[in-house]
Design a binder for this molecule. Structure first.
Ligand code: SAM
Length: 260
């Protein structure tokens, strides 16, 4: 478990690189807040409530980027173990481990830096692993939980990512996916269409100076399978008790399943 400290040293070595990417990441976060009117924070909180993390758990957050989901898992476990052990974090220090996996090392660098700022690496419960959701480096049956937030839409072969999620989970382990989805509410759907096709690319150009990326974002949301279809794919990967919850009329959906 010296992993946390090793990461800190690496961070220091690449301070310059880190500085460059923290400016990218900060505009990324500003855009997230702007595009979702701050709602992505509540959506992530909801994801964590559903996950219901516990002290001692092994958790994998894929496409974990700058650590937004992982930090919430740590916070939740901290508050639970505080209650359970009246202030001592023994359970958490010894057993809990959250792995953040992302294909982009620059995103991970920003996450590592943030973790250091928050003092999380000193608890040695976080690891940052570069890797592809379609070919995870983790062992079969090694995780109690798997989350992926706003990530699976970017994966080339969704089926492969799902079967990898299934593979790395223990029996009883839970899969949770937070993703931009499909609105199916009359009138609201029309408003959302105008918002996504006109407003998002315009704001992307204005704030991030990058219209194309945000156009791509909107198109990738359209291409992503609808809620029912995606639930079926999760089932086909082997998961049981598959269900989903729409948030804001389906702007976002949380899909979940259990490996039995
Ligand atoms: N989960 C974070 C959040 O909710 O703020 C980050 C979401 S960000 C929109 C998408 C992330 O997915 C990026 O950090 C990107 O590098 C990562 N990603 C894209 N394709 C991936 C893949 N095949 N495997 C792992 N990560 C991937």
């Amino acid at each position: 478990t010296s992993f946390g400290f090793k990461q800190v040293r690496e961070d220091e070595k690449s301070k310059l690189v880190g500085n460059v990417f923290s400016s990218v990441a900060s505009s990324y976060d500003v855009m997230n807040d702007l595009m979702s009117a701050g709602l992505h924070r509540l959506w992530k909180d909801r994801l964590i409530s559903k996950l219901n993390p516990f002290p001692g758990m092994k958790h994998l957050d894929v496409a974990g980027g700058t650590g937004d989901v992982a930090f919430r898992v740590v916070e939740r476990i901290k508050s639970v173990s505080h209650r359970a052990t009246q202030g001592t974090l023994t359970d958490m220090e010894e057993d809990t481990h959250i792995y953040v996996c992302d294909i982009n090392p620059n995103m991970l660098d920003v996450g590592k830096k943030r973790a250091t700022e928050k003092g999380y690496n000193e608890e040695q419960c976080l690891s940052w692993v570069q890797g592809d959701a379609e070919a995870l480096s983790f062992e079969d049956g090694s995780m109690d939980g798997y989350t992926i937030a706003f990530g699976i839409r970017n994966v080339t072969h969704i089926e492969k990512a799902l079967s990898e999620a299934y593979r790395v989970l223990k029996k009883g382990g839970r899969f949770l996916c937070l993703e931009l989805s499909h609105v199916d509410v009359p009138v609201f759907k029309d408003i959302y269409d105008i918002y996504s096709f006109s407003v998002i690319p315009a704001v992307g150009e204005l704030v991030a100076g990058d219209r194309q990326s945000y156009q791509y974002l909107v198109e990738s949301i359209r291409r992503f399978p609808k809620q029912e279809k995606f639930a079926q794919m999760i089932q086909e990967a082997g998961f049981e008790a598959v269900e989903y919850e729409n948030l804001v009329g389906g702007v976002v959906a949380i899909h979940s399943g259990v490996k039995l």
